[in-house]
Ligand binder design. Structure first.
Ligand code: NAD
Ligand code: WQD
Length: 344
């Protein structure tokens, strides 16, 4: 009997790629998204990729009546909860919007799950809960500290879920802390399409390559790193999607002796610098990436990458796509969809 998964934030960047992987792994999926940061056209693209008709519901994870109706009308076995606001800078400017969506959204999902006796959850956390790391690579037992409201919502979400587990030991939660998701599906049909000017490096570089933006500003060239620019752990979004499906099946396999809750880093374990990203993208696209080294961006840390060994131990999962594949897939998506996905 196929298991049914409620996928929130389903038309978003990571959610859409995970939706494809879930279908290919044989799951029934109900996708829920309020489209505040994605386009409904993504649903047709996923249908093209998977050859499946999709069950998509436009709606808000904070809508108690809607979420309860979804659980009443479907036998849901687990939830993968992506729906959230995720831009660090925006969270500083509009913290209440972040606390509302990220905390009230999770609260409504979990209370509705509990009322329907569904207690298996894959939670979308972030390496941002580590704040400025004391040492790298970063392990899951590193000190946790938020340096912005967005990171605070992830830290508080994790605490809410741990308190829930303590109160009811039937809950099984996978806390997945992602580093820097990048890249796109190999078809070029879905990928990252941020609204407005991208804050993150990879989509910005992609838009310089395709000619939408003039040049990249490299934030800092004097960091204590191998070439002076910031080092990060870039993980291909398809590796991330596969990590979610592995975590889900691990949780659902409850009769396995080790199917308890777990917290893992989803990262490649490799640190790549900004200049190395630029060179890899030029190689993948055949386009020059003009750049200028400017002042450091406030809040940035020099280097940040995962120790992914626990994910390998618990899930037998590791990232398989390196920076060259990331840039090649990103370029295919960007060059095929210079303006992102236009709603049909
Ligand atoms: P995204 O913005 O592309 O996807 C989030 C989706 O959630 C969007 O489609 C948006 O429309 C939807 N959404 C937002 N508020 C909603 C609400 N109230 N009800 C229903 N849908 C709502 O972002 P993403 O990069 O795919 O991130 C997915 C998850 O991964 C988020 O929880 C984010 O915090 C986390 N994460 C992202 C990154 C990253 O760099 N992309 C890194 C670490 C963790
Ligand atoms: C990467 C590197 C920049 C843009 C963020 C969030 C984090 C998580 C992932 C949600 C850094 C440099 C960037 C540019 C640049 N999101 N850079 N020029 O800051 O590591 O992480 O996204 O959970 O919470 O903080 O990612 O892509 O912004 O920066 O030089 O125009 O690229 O300084 O070294 P970051 P990023």
């Amino acid at each position: 009997m196929k298991k049914t998964i409620l996928l929130t934030g389903a038309t978003g960047y990571i959610g859409s790629h995970t939706w494809c992987t879930l279908i290919e792994a044989g799951y029934n999926v109900i996708g829920l998204d309020n489209l505040c940061n994605s386009a409904v056209g993504v649903v047709d693209r996923i249908s093209q990729i998977t050859g499946s008709s999709l069950n998509f519901i436009e709606g808000d994870v904070r809508d108690k009546i809607l979420v309860d109706a979804i659980f009443s009308r479907n036998k849901i076995d687990a939830v993968i909860h992506f729906a959230a606001l995720k831009a660090v800078g925006d969270s500083v400017a509009t913290p209440l919007a972040y606390y509302d969506t990220n905390l009230n959204g999770l609260l409504n999902i979990c209370s509705t799950m509990a009322s329907h006796a569904v207690k298996t959850l894959v939670f979308s956390s972030s390496a941002t809960v580590y704040g400025e790391p004391e040492s790298i690579p970063i392990k899951e037992n590193a000190p946790l500290k938020a340096t912005n409201p967005y990171g605070q919502t992830k830290l508080m979400s994790e605490q809410m879920l741990r308190d829930l587990e303590h109160a009811d030991n039937e809950w099984r939660v996978a806390y997945l802390r992602y580093f820097n998701p990048v890249g796109a599906h190999e078809s070029g049909l879905i990928g990252e399409s941020p609204l407005g000017i991208p804050n993150n490096l990879m989509p910005y570089v992609a838009q310089v390559a395709v000619g939408k933006l003039e040049k990249l500003r490299v934030y800092g060239g004097d960091y204590p790193t191998r070439d002076g620019t910031g080092v990060r752990d870039y993980i291909h979004v398809m590796d991330l999607a596969e990590g979610h499906v592995s975590a889900l099946s691990h949780l659902l396999n409850r009769n396995a002796s080790n199917s308890s809750s777990f917290t893992i880093n989803l990262g490649s374990g490799q640190g790549i610098s900004v200049l190395e990203v630029i060179h890899a993208y030029e190689k993948a696209s055949g386009r020059p990436i003009p750049y200028e080294i400017v002042a450091r961006r406030p809040g940035d840390v020099p280097a940040y990458f995962a120790d992914p060994s626990l994910a390998a131990t618990i899930l037998a999962w590791h990232a398989t796509r390196g920076i060259d594949a990331i840039c090649a897939d990103s370029w295919r998506w960007q060059s095929m969809n210079p303006d992102g996905i236009i709603d049909t």
